[in-house]
Design a protein around this ligand. Structure first.
Ligand SMILES: Nc1ccn([C@H]2C[C@H](O)[C@@H](COP(=O)(O)OP(=O)(O)OP(=O)(O)O)O2)c(=O)n1
Length: 139
């Protein structure tokens, strides 16, 4: 329905190539500087945030959202991803490799065998949040 052939999983490399072509075809490479792309990325994160703004917490899977709202969400998530991929490319960073490395670093920092530690850190965050909420509620 989208006119995009289903040719298997989409890779970061495909997106990188698409963004490079998109910029080249429009002679927009001169605008795609690291700083411009970062600002565009932040702007799109703002647009993404607006979708959730004032809604309160929403259930996972967004079961109550209309189809058009989910389509809009997909568009804003895509804008963020596309600018992130382009920014990484322009900066000479292999985003896929960098992200996999970061996942490994995260696993070292938060070993699965000491889940209590991780959960106690999570608990600290939850406790802080609930304390903050209580303060707000009690104010
Ligand atoms: N100089 C530009 C301008 C746009 N894009 C691409 C990347 C994004 O995926 C999308 C962003 O387009 P818009 O700036 O028109 O932003 P929106 O699509 O969010 O539209 P709007 O801000 O009107 O909601 O287009 C790009 O690569 N380089």
């Amino acid at each position: 329905m989208t006119g995009i052939p289903d040719s298997g999983p989409v890779t970061l490399d495909q997106l990188k190539q698409k963004m490079a072509e998109f910029a080249k075809e429009r002679d927009w490479e001169r605008f795609h500087s690291p700083r411009n792309l970062l600002l565009a990325l932040v702007g799109e994160v703002g647009e993404l945030s607006e979708i959730f703004q004032w809604k309160g917490e929403v259930p996972k899977g967004l079961p109550d959202w209309k189809e058009e709202e989910k389509v809009h969400l997909g568009e804003e998530l895509s804008d963020v991803l596309l600018y992130l991929v382009r920014l990484s490319d322009i900066c000479g960073i292999d985003l896929g490799k960098a992200a996999l490395r970061k996942v490994e670093l995260n696993a070292i920092k938060y070993p699965a065998t000491v889940r209590k530690d991780a959960s106690s850190k999570q608990n600290q965050i939850s406790t802080t949040a609930s304390t903050t909420n209580n303060v707000t509620e009690n104010a």
